[in-house]
Design a protein around this ligand. Structure first.
Ligand SMILES: Cc1cc2nc3c(=O)[nH]c(=O)nc-3n(C[C@H](O)[C@H](O)[C@H](O)COP(=O)(O)O)c2cc1C
Length: 344
């Protein structure tokens, strides 16, 4: 058992279980992952990266694989349709990674057309032998994230998971949808439960966990070893702390944005608290960017749109986003927009 992956836990009795920030292309960049940890996420994973590009030393792809001393464990996620490139990329990452995660869940046509991501679930033998080849080549734990199946024919995640367990995969994460469903419909937690019950490695449940209530229901239903949160964390990384407070795993006054405001927090309106929380998160995102890879305009823009979404005046701030002369001005502009309202 790896120091970063515990044993499979038993029935959930309300105790804390790890919360994962989902790997998300265009979202889970390094400063955002560090921010998610500040907000209460226990584990973060990089966005998926093309293994063939990594083997060709593509700078853009290696940039996605950067980490920081405070990101423990560091878990890069890779995808690809070529077993040799997958194993080589894993080998290149192993010296710096604590765990290597493999993507068998992506439904994007540019990925599935090279028979990578979720398309590999349609070729289970190839999927399993690919993972086996990787496990043979690296001495760090290997984990896999997948869907329930392709959606053509019966779902096969359970059979695949049993085989992956047998060859030494250390942890599995199941997104409760099929490839065909992409993001439509409700995540099927009952199918995740069957996998949790039938394998001995820890299984993380993923799909439609958006708040403390759904987190509780998902843990009650699945008994999973942890929960992974994707879309619910976009623009709202505070969700991790909010879930922990809602489930009684931490005290509300321990949340860092409340700690910073002290008594002021309690006299604010709901919207005033939303501004205050998002300002704290935005400022931390910028601080982590400076500390790691510097301000990245495209990443900042995406997060700024998500962080301000739904707040009064958010549309007007879009003009400022386009007109900011430098990334520093952009960062300050968003922070200022979020600031005055914290007095509400
Ligand atoms: C914008 C976006 C990008 C994603 N990129 C990845 C990725 O790089 N790797 C991966 O395994 N899943 C990726 N996913 C899927 C999520 O990790 C997660 O499985 C899915 O969103 C379901 O969880 P949720 O209901 O909490 O959002 C992505 C999802 C979104 C919305």
């Amino acid at each position: 058992m790896s120091e970063h992956i515990g044993a499979k836990p038993g029935v959930w009795e309300g105790e804390a279980r790890p919360l994962f920030l989902a790997p998300m292309a265009g979202v889970s960049d390094l400063p955002f992952r560090l921010l998610a940890k500040d907000c209460g996420a226990d584990v973060t994973i990089t966005e998926f990266t093309n293994s063939t590009a990594l083997t060709r030393e593509a700078a853009m792809s290696w940039r996605k694989m950067e980490s920081h001393a405070t990101e423990i464990p560091f878990i890069p996620q890779i995808f690809g349709g070529d077993a040799g490139d997958m194993a080589t990329a894993a080998e290149m990452l192993a010296p710096t990674a604590d765990i290597i995660d493999l993507n068998f869940g992506c439904p994007a046509p540019k990925v599935t057309k090279i028979c990578a991501g979720a398309a590999l679930m349609g070729e289970p033998d190839n999927l399993v032998s690919m993972v086996d080849g990787i496990i043979q080549r690296v001495d760090v734990p290997v984990t896999a994230k997948m869907r329930l199946g392709t959606g053509q024919g019966a779902n096969n995640a359970l059979e695949i998971c049993k085989e992956l367990e047998n060859i030494g995969t250390s942890r599995l994460c199941i997104h409760g949808r099929t490839l065909r469903q992409r993001y439509a419909g409700e995540a099927d937690w009952n199918s995740i439960t069957r996998i949790v019950n039938e394998v001995e490695v820890p299984v993380v449940a993923n799909g439609d966990v958006n708040d403390a209530e759904s987190a509780k229901l998902c843990l009650e239903t699945t008994g999973a070893a942890g929960l992974m949160i994707g879309r619910g964390a976009i623009g709202r990384p505070a969700i991790f702390g909010e879930i922990k407070v809602g489930l009684g795993w931490m005290a509300e006054e321990e949340l860092p944005w409340i700690k910073e405001l002290g008594e002021d927090w309690y006299v604010r309106s709901e919207i005033g608290r939303a501004f205050a929380t998002r300002k704290w998160c935005w400022d931390k995102y910028i601080e982590h960017s400076h500390k790691t890879i510097g301000l990245q305009p495209r990443w900042m823009q995406r997060h700024a749109i998500a962080f301000t979404k739904g707040l009064p005046g958010a549309k007007k701030i879009r003009h400022m986003m386009h007109g900011a002369p430098t990334p520093e001005d952009f960062a300050i502009g968003i922070s200022n927009y979020l600031a005055p309202n914290t007095n509400e």
